[in-house]
Write a protein that binds this ligand. Sequence first.
Ligand SMILES: NC(=O)c1ccc[n+]([C@@H]2O[C@H](COP(=O)([O-])OP(=O)(O)OC[C@H]3O[C@@H](n4cnc5c(N)ncnc54)[C@H](OP(=O)(O)O)[C@@H]3O)[C@@H](O)[C@H]2O)c1
Length: 333
Amino acid sequence: MENKNNPIFFDKDISVDIIKNKKIGIIGYGNQGRAQALNLRDSGLSIKVGVRNIESIDNNLLESDITYDSIENVSSWADIICILVSDTSIPKVFNSKIKSNLTKNDTILFSHGYNITYNLIQPPKNVDVIMVAPSGGGQMVRDEYKKGRGVPALLAIHQNFSGNALDTAKAYSKAIGSAKICSFLSTFKEETETDLFGEQVLLTGGLPMMIEKSLKVLLEDGYSPVVAWFVCYYEIKMIVDLFHEKGFDYLYSAISDTARYGGLKSGNYLIDDEYENKLKNVLSDIKNGKFVKDLEDNVDTLKYKSSIDSKSSDEISKIMNVLFKKTKNRNSL
Ligand SMILES: NC(=O)c1ccc[n+]([C@@H]2O[C@H](COP(=O)([O-])OP(=O)(O)OC[C@H]3O[C@@H](n4cnc5c(N)ncnc54)[C@H](OP(=O)(O)O)[C@@H]3O)[C@@H](O)[C@H]2O)c1
């Protein structure tokens, strides 16, 4: 794939005027739905939340001043319909409750390109189809906004019926706080494939499994669960904090000779050509649609089950309770 520079936008480059008088419907009040709804409300925009069951709505929504209605009514009321239900539910929700309530010139907005990239839904041609995908979970999107900051967002345009789709996406990203840091232009395909790859090989796959396997090896060799947990789990956050803002050059200059030599030697031994080939296989399954097919067929079958014995897991839970309770108490002073 050719390398390209993605245009970047900041608050100063963006006007929210294009969405100021639009009605924004947030379909789903989960992780992203709640955060984006509250940020849009605090940015002075007109919003309504669409829920699947009016009788059993989320307490947080009930206690907020946000108005809500059925998904069908909100889709029909709104000019911008933000589809923030879980990705595997989107086709069913879109086809049964949203599609027939769209009107010409509406905008439908996603926070992940999955269903469009894999052609799992077919929006009508006379609407804009855009993406504003924050690079972080909903809690972070809300917390950062409240601190006057934001979480960066990827923007993409799939259909530009109105001719204004990019301006709408930019304005929305400013209203949820993202452009305070940066909003950058991507495509539905690029966002989807890189997002799936990142979570599978690192965020929700590689990293947790690498931690667990390392712990297992120490435990099976007779080391104490608490000490093994400190080195293989607790210290991860400190190392990430060390390189997150300043990069790996800084990391390798900030650690001991022993840590640098051992890290580079064993890192190169573990993360070898075979590992790289496996990464390529994962990417290839994402790109050729095999992963999506697997997910559709098996979505409810894979559950996390720790490979660490239950006695060690109990010891680890105990130390986590003590440690993080103490940290929380200290932080709340
Ligand atoms: N989570 C993240 O960190 C993150 C980050 C960036 C982008 N995104 C994207 O944001 C979008 C929303 O994800 P999320 O993590 O916010 O989802 P989520 O927390 O799992 O929330 C799901 C919401 O969808 C509703 N829902 C689920 N199935 C439904 C159905 N069949 N009919 C009607 N409503 C249904 C749920 O309603 P109930 O409460 O009634 O179950 C809930 O309000 C996805 O496209 C995701 O990829 C997520």
